[in-house]
Design a protein around this ligand. Structure first.
Ligand SMILES: Nc1ncnc2c1ncn2[C@@H]1O[C@H](COP(=O)(O)OP(=O)(O)O)[C@@H](O)[C@H]1O
Ligand SMILES: [Mg+2]
Length: 235
């Protein structure tokens, strides 16, 4: 497994949010972590990216225990997070935002090649490279947030609710992008509340309920399960 969480317990101060969370992502997979608001999805990604230290448990990446490594070291190793709510620099141009994503040595060395790759994936960002990020539409800003994550040349790209707040047509575009990235060899850990759309593009998925993994398996299997259809797909 490329990325593996082993029995992660985590939270904030006295508040425990995650309980014995086990989750793995193999190279080349799209894996979704689904669950309703407040289930602990963002907290899980914070633990993986090193922004939150777990109470106990391990994070393994490429066979290495990275539980104690700081966040920037993890980015250097090839783990990138596209955060919830995009977190762009609105007063900076598209190009400057992309440069901010390439701050590691791993990324700086390949900066020009990566920029070309990203512009091929998102031609609109090339057209708009001198535009201020904050003046772009929600869909364009999400594309920019994903592109900024790609600038670090990740092996695993984690995305926290990329479809949030977007119109249905743009949601389709975002999930189309997710599939395209997999074809480009990027492994993806996708966090979503939009379970149907996420399961449609995923190989496997995990369902988190109040901090516990209650179900996991191949995405197609989950799509066919009554309990999933009722609770998460509104069918
Ligand atoms: N910085 C924080 N301090 C205290 N509690 C937090 C913090 N961030 C999240 N929480 C709590 O942790 C729980 C899980 O939140 P989160 O991981 O953001 O859920 P999700 O991303 O699935 O919506 C929620 O009850 C939330 O209120
Ligand atoms: Mg969240």
């Amino acid at each position: 497994m490329l990325l593996e969480l082993q029995k992660i317990n985590a939270g904030y101060g006295d508040l425990q949010v995650l309980w014995d969370v086990d989750l793995s992502v193999d190279k080349g997979e799209i894996v979704s972590l689904l669950g309703s608001n407040g289930a602990g999805k963002t907290t899980t990604l914070r633990v993986v990216s090193g922004l939150l230290k777990p109470f106990s448990g391990k994070v393994m990446f490429n066979g290495r225990d990275i539980t104690k490594l700081p966040s920037n070291k993890r980015v250097e190793m090839g783990l990138a997070l596209v955060p919830e709510g995009r977190q762009l620099f609105p007063e900076m141009t598209v190009l400057d935002n992309l440069e901010m994503g390439a701050y590691t040595k791993r990324a700086r060395d390949k900066f020009h090649d990566t920029l070309e790759w990203v512009f091929t994936l998102f031609p609109k960002l090339k057209e708009r490279r001198t535009q201020l990020a904050g003046t772009m539409s929600g869909g364009e800003q999400q594309m920019l947030a994903i592109a900024r994550g790609l600038m670090s040349r990740p092996e695993v790209l984690m995305m926290d609710e990329p479809s949030m707040g977007l119109a249905p047509k743009l949601v389709l575009e975002i999930f189309g992008t997710v599939k395209k990235l997999r074809e480009e060899g990027v492994t993806i850990l996708l966090v979503e509340q939009n379970a149907k759309a996420a399961l449609d593009v995923s190989d496997r998925a995990y369902i988190l309920e109040t901090g516990k993994i209650v179900l996991h398996g191949p995405a197609q299997e989950l799509l066919g399960m009554d309990e999933v259809r009722k609770a998460y797909l509104g069918i």
